[in-house]
Design a protein around this ligand. Structure first.
Ligand SMILES: Cc1ncc(COP(=O)(O)O)c(C=O)c1O
Length: 435
């Protein structure tokens, strides 16, 4: 089947809202580890996909899914060893008191449920989020996702969107004034206080603050030290809970710890898990304290037909096994250090790179018109660049509220050699673009 025929069939069969990556869409037929293979026989280095967290089609995950599917697949209303084991094992990866699990099928469902839990147990309705965030696409969660659906005038009164801690392009910038991490943390935490005060002035108290611990939609941010802990304590002092959306930052992505919030010394009340959890299989979760779970359970008898079924549980358990046995947290840390050095070198070579930020195996390369003004390049230009990188055999994405940040977020077994290969390709493409 040639790609154009498939494209026109797709246009007939799928709703038009579905986006395709790259100026020339690619047709993939197989994946293995960090590599993807096209119908045309081409091989691509995957620097983008975090869902196949332990590598594409990892044999352990594939086998676990197939073995369980062969025997039984029901749901969470029957006793099943693997479902219980998954809950127990996830609990061991989190701070002591976070061990009550709800299983769902997507990050959206998990954020929807976490919001429902927070509202139910606090008896409050307000929500605090970062400006420019993305948490999913249900009606409720799209409202919480200030990146996508609503302009400020459409926002409900119960929502406070506070400035994200963007020390590169935000209202207080690192290095731009006589300010260190403390002043930056204080500045952005004050935005959270203002958000909470704004809610109160509109008659709402916060049920929770929901934060993506990697600020992926903002172009991947590393917050100033102390910011997240301050933000959480401000919301808690106002009676709300702190929800860490770990759909992007979780599962070792940031290299220093299993979870993004751990890197920032915060213990959340609720943790949201998604994308990487099933190694490609759709499974997600909310994890909370037994006290919060009990308070919610008294009011709501939650059930999710597919969430946490035995096949999903088998996939998620295999992912936990592989991460531990293959040392993928350590790998993310080491390759992350290598990327940090190499990306800094790359930045020196290209004036179009205004900023490089990230950690572990999650990096953003912020492309600008001018380093001084930090004005982002146009979306169309960024798309041309990421398409050229794809054409040269390396898959990356775009992120950020201006879609100008090259996103590098590969499967966890990504090696330093893979990183060198990717950076050579990016270097060559940027050179071609700049001349
Ligand atoms: C931080 C974050 N939370 C939640 C979601 C939603 O997850 P899903 O697409 O599985 O519903 C996403 C998806 O990109 C995300 O990046």
């Amino acid at each position: 089947m040639n790609a154009n025929d498939l494209l026109s069939r797709r246009r007939q069969a799928l709703a038009p809202a579905y986006e395709l990556f790259y100026e020339e869409p690619i047709h993939l037929v197989r994946g293995e580890g960090v590599w993807l293979f096209g119908a045309d026989g081409r091989r691509y280095l995957d620097c983008y996909n975090n869902v196949p967290s332990v590598g594409h089609c990892h044999p352990r995950v594939v086998e676990a899914i197939a073995n369980q599917a062969r025997v039984l697949n029901t749901h969470t209303r029957y006793l099943h060893e693997k479902i219980v084991e998954l809950g127990e094992r996830l609990g061991t990866k989190l701070s002591d008191n976070l061990r009550a699990c709800w299983f769902v099928c997507s990050g959206t469902e998990a954020n929807d449920l976490a919001t429902q839990i927070a509202r139910t147990v606090t008896g409050r309705y307000g929500m605090v989020v970062s400006e420019g965030s993305y948490h999913g696409n249900s009606d409720l969660v799209a409202t919480l996702s200030t990146e996508v659906s609503y302009t400020p005038k459409d926002r409900p009164d119960w929502l406070a969107a506070t400035e994200a801690p963007d020390t590169y392009r935000g209202s207080l910038r690192a290095g731009s004034e006589a300010c260190g991490e403390d002043a930056l943390a204080e500045h952005y935490a004050t935005k959270v206080s203002e958000g909470v005060e704004g809610l109160a002035s509109r008659g709402y108290q916060p049920a929770a603050m929901l934060v993506d611990s990697s600020w992926d939609a903002n172009g991947m941010l590393i917050p100033p030290k102390g910011y997240l802990a301050k933000a959480a304590s401000i919301v808690r002092a106002a009676g709300g809970l702190f929800i860490a959306d770990e759909v992007q930052a979780g599962y070792c992505r940031l290299g220093d710890a299993w979870w993004g919030h751990e890197c920032y010394d915060v213990v959340p009340d609720l943790v949201v898990l998604g994308k990487p959890m099933g190694g490609g299989h759709p499974v997600a979760a909310v994890i909370s304290t037994p006290e919060i779970a009990a308070a919610f359970g008294e009011r709501i008898n939650y059930f999710n037909t597919f969430g946490g079924n035995p096949v999903s549980a088998a996939a998620a358990l295999a992912v936990l096994d592989v991460i531990d046995e293959e040392g993928l947290l350590e790998n993310a840390f080491e390759v992350g250090r290598h990327l940090e050095r190499s990306l800094a070198e790359l930045q020196k070579e290209h004036s179009i790179i205004g900023d490089v930020r990230g950690s572990g195996l999650f990096w953003g390369i912020d492309l600008v018109r001018d380093r001084e003004s930090r004005e982002p390049i146009e979306r169309a230009e960024a798309k041309r660049i990421v398409s050229a990188i794809c054409e040269a055999g390396v898959l990356m994405g775009l992120m950020g509220n201006h879609s100008n940040v090259l996103k590098m977020r590969p499967p966890l077994p990504f090696s330093s050699d893979n990183a060198d290969h990717a950076l050579e390709v990016i270097d060559a493409c940027l050179k071609r673009y700049e001349t």
